[in-house]
Design a protein around this ligand. Structure first.
Ligand code: PMP
Length: 391
C-alpha cells in the first residue's frame, strides 16, 4: 500500500516518544515520568460549566473563530496577564489545542521551500509540522553545559533568504528553560531586521516559577509580527479537552481562519464553554497547581543533583532535563536501561533534537510519592556507575 502514500508523509519519522511509551506500556509497576501532561483533573467548575452547556442543548457549531464570548475572555486574559491588547473579532482564533494552532500557523505562512528556524532542544511536533507544509525546519543548537542559553549568533548563522519564521517555546519543552528578556530582545532584533515572523509557543506561560512571564509580542515593534500560540492544556490542566487559541495581527489571523474554517470548522463547543469558565473563575486553581509544581520542582531537581544526575533548575513548565553524560551512556541507552532495570520511564533527549542528546526529560507532574519512589530507583540505577568510577 506504500505506493498510495504521500511522499512527505511516508518520509516523516514517527515520534521517538511513542516508541518508548509502547515499550513502557507492556510492562508492570512502571513509574512514568514520561508524559507531558498535568497530573491534576480539570477543576470541577470547568467540568460543570461544560456539562451545563450540554444540558442546555448547546450542541451546534460555534463561529469558526470560536464563541465570541470566549474570544472576549481570551482578550481580557491576554491583557490582564501579559499586557497585550487583542481584538476578539479580528485577532483571536480558538483552536483544537495549541497543536492545531501550530498547524494552521505553518499552513498559513510557509510556502514550499521556505525555512523555519527552531530553537533546540524542541517539542517533537515542530519539525514535522513544517515538513508537512513543504517547508524546511532548520534547527538552532543550544548547549546544555550553558543551561541551553540561546545565542543570537547561532540564529544568525542559520539565516538565509528563504528564512520565514523563528519558532520559540518558553517555558520550553523539554528543558523547562524560560527565555530571559535579554534573549527575547535578541530574537526580536533579528526578526525585525530580517522581516521575519515569530511563532511563540506560550502553552506553558502560566507555569513560570521564578520570574514574571514576558511575551515576545510585548516587546517594541513585535506584536504585529508575532503569532502567539497558547491554550488550556497545561496551565488549566485540560489536555483532553483539546482546546487552544492563537493571537495574531488581523491579516495573519484572517489567513489562519481560512485554513481553520476548511480544515476544522470550529473547536468543540462543549469544550469552549468549559474554557470560558476556566478564564472567568479558574485563576485560584491555576495558582494552586502552580504552587504544587513549584514545590515538586524544587524537591525533584535538588534530588536529581544529589544522586549524580546534574540538572539545571528549570524556570517553568513541569520538566527536568538532567544530564546523563556522567554514566557514559547515550540518552537512549540510559532511558532504555532505566526502564528495563528499574522500571522508571523517562524520555531520551535525542528525540528533541541533537542538542538534547546526553539528557533525559523527566516530567515532575507526578505525585510526590511517585517522585520519591522514582528517585529511589534512579539512585539504585546510578549506583552502578558511581561504583565503576570508584574502582
Ligand atoms: N507545544 C508544546 C511545547 C507542548 O509541549 C504541547 C503538548 N505537549 C503542545 C504544544 C500541544 O498542546 P495542546 O494539548 O494544546 O495541543
Amino acid at each position: 500500500m506504500k505506493r498510495h502514500l504521500s511522499k512527505t508523509v511516508d518520509e516523516l519519522q514517527p515520534s521517538g516518544i511513542r516508541r518508548f511509551f509502547d515499550l513502557a506500556n507492556g510492562m508492570e509497576d512502571v513509574i512514568s515520568l514520561g508524559v507531558g501532561e498535568p497530573d491534576f483533573v480539570t477543576s470541577w467548575s470547568v467540568r460543570e460549566a461544560s456539562i451545563l452547556s450540554l444540558e442546555k442543548g448547546y450542541t451546534s457549531y460555534t463561529a469558526n473563530a470560536g464563541l465570541l464570548e470566549l474570544r472576549e475572555e481570551i482578550a481580557n486574559y491576554m491583557d490582564r496577564k501579559f499586557d497585550l491588547q487583542y481584538e476578539a473579532n479580528s485577532n483571536i482564533i480558538v483552536t483544537v489545542g495549541a497543536s492545531q494552532a501550530l498547524d494552521i500557523a505553518m499552513r498559513a505562512i510557509v510556502n514550499p521551500g521556505e525555512e523555519v528556524l527552531i530553537i533546540e532542544p524542541s517539542f517533537v511536533a515542530y519539525g514535522p509540522l513544517v515538513e508537512l507544509v513543504g517547508g524546511i525546519p532548520k534547527f538552532v543548537q543550544t548547549n546544555g553545559e550553558e543551561d541551553f542559553k540561546l545565542h543570537a549568533s547561532k540564529i544568525k548563522e542559520q539565516l538565509t533568504d528563504k528564512t520565514k519564521a523563528i519558532l520559540i517555546c518558553s517555558p520550553n519543552n523539554p528543558t523547562g528553560s524560560v527565555l530571559s528578556k535579554g534573549e527575547l530582545e535578541e530574537i526580536a532584533a533579528i526578526a525585525k531586521e530580517h522581516d521575519l515572523i515569530v511563532l511563540a509557543d506560550e502553552i506553558y506561560a502560566e507555569l513560570t516559577y521564578d520570574e514574571e512571564y514576558c511575551s515576545i509580542a510585548s516587546l517594541e515593534g513585535m506584536k504585529d509580527r508575532t503569532i502567539i500560540i497558547s491554550g488550556f492544556s497545561k496551565g488549566f490542566a485540560m489536555t483532553g479537552w483539546r482546546l487552544g487559541f492563537l493571537c495574531a495581527h488581523e491579516d495573519l489571523a484572517g489567513a489562519m481562519l481560512k485554513v481553520h474554517q476548511y480544515a476544522m470548522m470550529c473547536a468543540p463547543t462543549m469544550a469552549q464553554y468549559g474554557a470560558l469558565e476556566a478564564l472567568k473563575t479558574g485563576e485560584e486553581d491555576v495558582q494552586t497547581m502552580k504552587k504544587s509544581y513549584r514545590r515538586r520542582r524544587n524537591f525533584f531537581v535538588k534530588s536529581l543533583n544529589e544522586i549524580g544526575l546534574s540538572c539545571h533548575k528549570p524556570g517553568g513548565a513541569f520538566y527536568a532535563f538532567p544530564s546523563v553524560k556522567a554514566t557514559g551512556l547515550t540518552s537512549n541507552e540510559f532511558a532504555e536501561r532505566l526502564l528495563l532495570e528499574q522500571k522508571v520511564a523517562v524520555v531520551p533527549g535525542y528525540v528533541f533534537g541533537e542538542s538534547g542528546e546526553g539528557y533525559v526529560r523527566c516530567s515532575y507532574a507526578a505525585s510526590l510519592d511517585s517522585l520519591q519512589e522514582a528517585l529511589r530507583r534512579m539512585e539504585r540505577f546510578m549506583n552502578q556507575f558511581t561504583k565503576v568510577k570508584e574502582k
